[in-house]
Design a protein around this ligand. Structure first.
Ligand SMILES: [Zn+2]
Ligand SMILES: [Zn+2]
Length: 163
């Protein structure tokens, strides 16, 4: 049996054995030629286990040690620059980060639709809806496109029915 102090800091983080799961994160770093550090592995591990994209505050709450905000922000930016995670900006005020699913499932596209719940404010990745290359007029070239659908998520819709 595990002793209490070995439990993860947040109850909703599922207990998982290191080894196989962590290895996937380490592989991502190695594949990109990035130095594997404890901080980087932990950060990617949190994002990998998350059921939805996390904002910086969510991440801070799950880190085992008190976070150094500057380092955390720098690491997030570093991963975004290396296209390991993606940054989702909602209405200019909320920024969330999610591990790029293409690293875990080759079939998924990197750019995809995001859903923003107006009740719980959670962001959900919808990799099944990739963002298309638009047929733009002569002389225009597309670099990126952000598509956000606002609405009510499945969990909040269930709550509405109950009440
Ligand atoms: Zn919701
Ligand atoms: Zn996403």
């Amino acid at each position: 049996m595990e002793t209490v102090d070995r439990m993860p800091p947040k109850a909703f983080r599922e207990r998982h054995s290191k080894s196989a799961e962590d290895l996937a994160v380490v592989q991502i770093l190695k594949k990109k030629g990035i130095r594997v550090t404890q901080n980087r592995v932990e950060l990617l591990d949190i994002l990998k286990d998350a059921r939805h994209p996390l904002n910086q505050k969510d991440i801070e709450e799950q880190l085992s040690a008190t976070p150094d905000r500057v380092t955390l922000y720098r690491n997030l930016r570093f991963f975004v620059d290396h296209k390991i995670i993606h940054k989702i900006e909602i209405n200019g005020s909320l920024t969330s980060y999610s591990l790029n699913v293409s690293y875990l499932d080759e079939g998924h596209t990197a750019e995809h639709l995001h859903f923003y719940c107006s009740i719980c404010h959670k962001v959900t990745c919808m990799p099944q809806h990739g963002i298309k290359k638009y047929d733009l007029p002569e002389g225009f070239s597309q670099q990126s496109s952000k598509l956000i659908v606002n609405g009510i998520c499945n969990i909040c819709n269930k709550e509405k029915i109950k009440s």
